[in-house]
Ligand binder design. Structure first.
Ligand SMILES: NC(=O)c1ccc[n+]([C@@H]2O[C@H](COP(=O)([O-])OP(=O)(O)OC[C@H]3O[C@@H](n4cnc5c(N)ncnc54)[C@H](OP(=O)(O)O)[C@@H]3O)[C@@H](O)[C@H]2O)c1
Length: 344
């Protein structure tokens, strides 16, 4: 925690009065979630204090807000895994007051007080600059889900994937990672097949760039070691039986970028796709991803994404609405992306 004297020595101003934040606290075996005032000296250690403009609602935020999974590992906790805002105070050489910055992951909302607050104090090493042509709201409409989708595309490209190799499957298609992944892949010239559990979202998915929409049920049956080779590659948000089925359907030499667990954390597969078809399973982690990869991802998101599609997939809520929205995302009822207006 930074003392008032340290704050003065750092030459910047700190929030001088309590600020609004969503706070999760322990309550016996359960938890409480409330919107309340937090004193500035409750912020955790860090060399940059940011006035938060926008955050977003990701699946992990839903898990934290509802207590469905042990995402929060320190109480009290301010949830929220990503934000964009303006540097208020900095002793980090890279950042000065007024700089616009993005923060994704690094334990935000898990071990470090997070984004659903008017102020956040973090390590300057965690921040990337807001790309010049993105508005703060656009950056958070992309958010952790979009940045993760770009990391998945980059991993498939490193594996050697090109549009000529065939269709790319996106699971959890109508969710945040899935929606942005479709938009990115379509823009890059890939033929995209979207798998969704919500058949009513087929038109939405086609608008994002999917050439074909298949029911999730095609990926939830009994897993066979090898099935018909259907896809050159896949970006998977689901895990579990869905991922196992997807692996069995990847063409020889293809790859799956695995980034989620919406269907479960297990993976009931065999080694057959790996040793008989040379299929690669590529793990995607946005939280501890090295800063250089982040900068590349955000630079590509600035230039290689259709902003109109991002806008079309985005809805906006206020800080007071995150608890209700958190339940909806865990229930698989959120389409695309939700941005949270804080000081923006
Ligand atoms: N690795 C990382 O660093 C990283 C970063 C961000 C997110 N993630 C993970 O990626 C996943 C997606 O995140 P998100 O923010 O995009 O969440 P989201 O918006 O809730 O999207 C998840 C989607 O998965 C599908 N789904 C829901 N329940 C399912 C089930 N039981 N079986 C199969 N599919 C199901 C739904 O899409 P349809 O209705 O279209 O089927 C849902 O919209 C989450 O598991 C999240 O934790 C990981």
């Amino acid at each position: 925690m930074q003392s008032p004297v340290e704050s003065l020595l750092r030459g910047g101003s700190e929030p001088s009065k309590p600020f609004r934040a969503v706070v999760i606290d322990k309550n016996g075996d359960g938890q409480t979630v409330s919107l309340k005032d937090v004193a500035p000296d409750e912020l955790m250690d860090g060399d940059v204090t940011v006035k938060v403009a926008w955050s977003t609602l990701n699946y992990k935020d839903g898990l934290a807000l509802t207590g469905t999974a042990p995402v929060v590992r320190r109480f009290p906790m301010i949830p929220g895994v990503d934000f964009v805002g303006t540097v208020d105070n900095s002793s980090h050489p890279a950042w000065k007051p007024g700089d616009k910055v993005i923060c994704n992951g690094w334990g935000l909302g898990e071990t470090h007080l997070g984004a659903y607050a008017e102020y956040a104090r973090v390590k300057g090493d965690w921040l990337v600059p807001l790309p010049t042509s993105l508005s703060p709201r656009e950056a958070m409409a992309i958010g952790t889900a979009g940045y993760t989708a770009m990391l998945a595309v980059m991993a498939l490209e490193r594996h050697g994937l090109t549009p000529a190799q065939g269709p790319v499957l996106v699971t959890g298609a109508a969710g945040g990672v899935g929606s942005v992944a479709i938009a990115i892949l379509a823009r890059l010239g890939y033929t995209v097949i979207a798998a969704t559990g919500r058949e009513g979202e087929a038109a939405y998915l086609r608008q994002l760039g999917a050439s074909e929409v298949i029911p999730r049920a095609e990926l939830t049956g009994k897993v066979r070691p090898l099935a018909k080779e259907r896809f050159a590659a896949a970006i998977d948000s689901a895990g579990s039986t869905v991922l196992a089925n997807v692996l069995s359907m990847i063409r020889y030499g293809g790859a799956v970028a695995a980034c989620g667990l919406a269907a479960g954390m297990d993976l009931p597969t065999s080694v057959a796709p790996f040793i008989l078809r040379g299929v690669a399973l590529l793990g995607i982690d946005s939280v501890m991803c090295p800063i250089e990869q982040r900068r590349i991802a955000w630079n590509r998101l600035e230039h290689e994404i259709d902003r109109l599609k991002i806008e079309a997939m985005t809805t906006e809520i206020w800080l007071a609405d995150v608890v209700e929205a958190g339940q909806r995302i865990v229930d698989g009822q959120v389409r695309g992306r939700i941005v949270v207006r804080i000081g923006g």
